[in-house]
Design a protein around this ligand. Structure first.
Ligand code: HEC
Length: 103
């Protein structure tokens, strides 16, 4: 193996492992207020990526959560935890999709 190739491989694996470790505790989700609740609840069934790809209003997220409960058997979360999740989703994954990621 040529020296440059070996260095390239080493560099790539450092990037990959630092990504998997501490840097992004909530996967592709933005690390902000409410991220822990959202990640903790939503990741039980599917990747957080399908959340990050959406851009919805707070009301539409609210309906989507009802749909998760009714159609997919998600726990029916109400009260302050639901508010934190909805605030988080609406702020970071709102209709203007500030954190939209095609990955
Ligand atoms: C009990 C399982 C479960 C939980 C918990 C859950 N989901 Fe889902 N969700 C599903 C299933 C099943 C689908 C549809 C199949 C798929 O696309 O993987 C889905 C699909 C989605 C979609 C894609 C909808 C579309 O139009 O394609 C979004 C967005 C979503 N969920 C958001 C959330 C959010 C936000 C939470 C946390 C508040 C959550 N889910 C928690 C089961 C769940």
């Amino acid at each position: 193996m040529r020296e440059e190739t070996r260095l390239g491989v080493a560099f790539a694996s450092v990037l990959l492992s630092s990504h998997a470790a501490g840097d992004a505790p909530f996967g592709v989700l933005v690390d902000a207020d409410g991220a822990a609740e959202t990640y903790g609840v939503c990741i039980a069934c599917h990747s957080e990526k399908i959340i990050a790809q959406q851009g919805l209003s707070r009301a539409a997220w609210d309906e989507l959560l009802d749909w998760m409960v009714e159609e997919h058997g998600m726990a029916n979360i109400q009260g302050p935890v639901r508010d934190r999740i909805l605030d988080y989703l609406a702020q970071h994954y709102g209709e203007d999709r500030p954190n939209y990621s095609p990955d």
